[in-house]
Design a protein around this ligand. Structure first.
Ligand SMILES: Nc1ncnc2c1ncn2[C@@H]1O[C@H](COP(=O)(O)OP(=O)(O)OP(=O)(O)O)[C@@H](O)[C@H]1O
Length: 211
């Protein structure tokens, strides 16, 4: 599903991640690592929002040679999302629905399950961090990406919302075979989600460990 080859990312000429080769099949993966080890850097590189040397292929589509096609197949929710404060949640969702050519009505069940309708027409500047987090997670589920990257999806969510997020992930994987990379300092509920393996980020590289 995902292949990294000769991957190297440096900030100000200081290498942060060097991954000669990494290949993982479809599934749900937990990205683990200490603070500053490079989890967000890895996710941002795979999402195509920061540059790096080497290559990444998603189902044989190259991030460098087929950049538009690649990005169409991937979604990313940042750990601490920042949105334009003057837009409303409804406007953000409409923007994503158009950009990602999503099927009509796709957002409705997500909005209902997370009970987001009450504040959908408020400007995003008035959202709490939990409300912003739910919106950013929902936006990552818009369209039909084959890989969804969620950076620290569990932070700021209340217990009820966590259970709903796990439902979203399970349902999307079952219905569309979507794969997930989830970074988290908290243990993922492995009896709720079927985790295919762990990507351990340490010593400036990434190791795949079976579940
Ligand atoms: N834009 C940047 N410019 C310079 N250095 C950066 C930048 N972003 C990240 N780094 C450095 O890269 C390293 C990895 O950071 P990254 O944010 O990927 O870690 P992380 O594993 O996600 O950490 P955390 O668990 O604290 O969120 C750190 O040493 C960090 O200081």
């Amino acid at each position: 599903m995902l292949q990294l080859a000769d991957f190297e990312k440096a900030y100000n000429h200081t290498p942060v991640l060097q991954i000669p080769r990494l290949e993982i099949g479809p599934g749900i993966y937990w990205i683990k690592g200490a603070n500053g080890s490079g989890k967000s850097t890895l996710l941002k590189a795979i999402a195509g929002i920061i540059d790096f040397s080497g290559n990444i292929l998603l189902n044989d589509t190259s991030i460098k040679r087929q950049a538009v096609d690649y990005r169409r197949r991937i979604s990313f929710a940042e750990a601490e999302p920042v949105f334009p404060e003057f837009l409303t949640g409804r406007e953000m969702i409409a923007l994503f629905m158009t950009a990602r050519q999503a099927p009509a009505g796709q957002a409705s069940p997500y909005l209902e399950s997370m009970q987001m309708q009450a504040y959908l027409d408020q400007p995003l500047g008035a959202y709490s961090s939990g409300m912003l987090k739910k919106l950013s997670l929902l936006l990552a589920f818009i369209g039909t990406p084959s890989l969804i990257l969620l950076d620290e999806p569990l932070i700021t969510l209340d217990t009820a919302s966590l259970a709903i997020l796990y439902d979203w992930i399970r349902e999307r994987q079952a219905a569309q075979g979507t794969s997930f990379l989830l970074s988290s300092h908290q243990a993922l509920e492995q009896n709720t989600l079927h985790i295919s393996g762990t990507l351990q980020v340490a010593d400036k590289t990434v190791k795949w460990l079976p579940a």
